[in-house]
Write a protein that binds this ligand. Structure first.
Ligand code: NAD
Length: 290
């Protein structure tokens, strides 16, 4: 396939390299001056999109996605598919889907989980929204860049699934960290805490696969001075998107709202920027009740 790839950052760069390594012809564009193995660089997004069967975007947010879509949709060949893998607000995903349809193009919103390691290793999970035809066009590429792709429903469904998942992740990580901090103050050994909770009803991915306590459970960012991993500011971004969606859908999400407030405080006023999102454990540990 001829693939245009726009946004070759931490995630997009390795994803594009994997597509090229699998034999696809990949033409890339990024605002920054980047070079990616096997990818021919274009001078603009529109140039990268011209003549492509599929254009993939991997951009920071919905505002930038909308601006890039304005530029590239007119350059795309009728019947081609735009696959947005960025994490953006549901409204932007739906707006770009409508714009693509009006231009005779197919669209899939396909945010990912798996982080930079998953992008490099080709083991991402894709959560996709769009028509069956659009998903079918993107699926062979998901199989190269990832190990699982779930077609969640119509346009916007991929972003909806992503932010609901990450709202659960933010809330369970906070619950796990505050429980460890309480256990510490009760004099409970951390290893014993892990041994019990990881095999009891408090278990979760945060505890079992990404334990926020150093030296306990599997290797995780806690064992590497809380270097990300999944940075606290990215968790904050996703929690904000979930609250934005909850507001527009009139959904009551008090736990998600509190998680957003705690991560905002951590990132903006407590030095949490650039730390892994599990660094909430040392943050809770240092605090008292008042
Ligand atoms: P990044 O900042 O490393 O990459 C974004 C790239 O987009 C940059 O290289 C930037 O120069 C480029 N860009 C910005 N505006 C552009 C424009 N108008 N035209 C062309 N290029 C432009 O970010 P990332 O970590 O690669 O994340 C990308 C997306 O993936 C985000 O939406 C993020 O939320 C999501 N995501 C990231 C992770 C992660 O662990 N990093 C995990 C899951 C999802």
């Amino acid at each position: 396939m001829n693939i245009g790839f726009i946004g070759l950052g931490n995630m997009g760069g390795p994803m594009a390299a994997n597509l090229a390594a699998a034999g696809h012809v990949v033409t890339g564009f990024d605002m920054a001056d980047v070079a990616i193995d096997g990818v021919t660089m274009a001078a603009s997004g529109a140039e990268a999109a011209t003549g492509a069967d599929v254009v993939i975007t991997m951009l920071p947010n919905g505002k930038i996605l909308r601006a890039v879509a304005d530029e590239i949709l007119p350059a795309m060949t009728a019947g081609a598919t735009l696959v947005d893998c960025s994490t953006v607000d549901v409204d932007s995903a739906r707006a770009v889907a409508d714009q693509a349809a009006a231009a005779g193009l197919l669209f899939v919103d396909a945010p990912v989980s798996g982080g930079v390691g998953g992008a490099a290793g080709g083991t991402l999970t894709f959560m996709a929204g769009g028509s069956a035809a659009a998903f079918a066009n993107a699926e062979p590429l998901f199989a190269i860049m990832g190990q699982k792709a779930v077609h969640c429903g119509e346009a916007g469904a991929g972003q909806s699934a992503k932010i609901c998942n990450n709202m659960i992740l933010g809330v369970t990580m906070l619950a796990t960290c505050e429980a460890f901090a309480l256990a510490d103050k009760l004099g409970l050994d951390r290893q014993k805490m892990f041994d019990v909770v990881s095999t009891s009803s408090g278990y979760s991915w945060s505890m079992n696969a990404y334990c926020p306590a150093p030296g306990v459970g599997p290797q995780s960012p806690a064992d590497n001075d809380y270097k990300p991993g999944f940075a606290a500011e990215l968790m904050l971004k996703d929690l904000r998107l979930s609250q934005q969606a909850a507001e527009s859908a009139d959904a009551d999400t008090p736990m998600g709202e509190l998680a957003q407030a705690l991560y905002a405080q951590f990132v903006e006023t407590e030095g949490g920027e650039g730390m892994d999102f599990s660094a909430m454990l040392p943050r809770f540990e240092k605090r008292s009740r008042s």
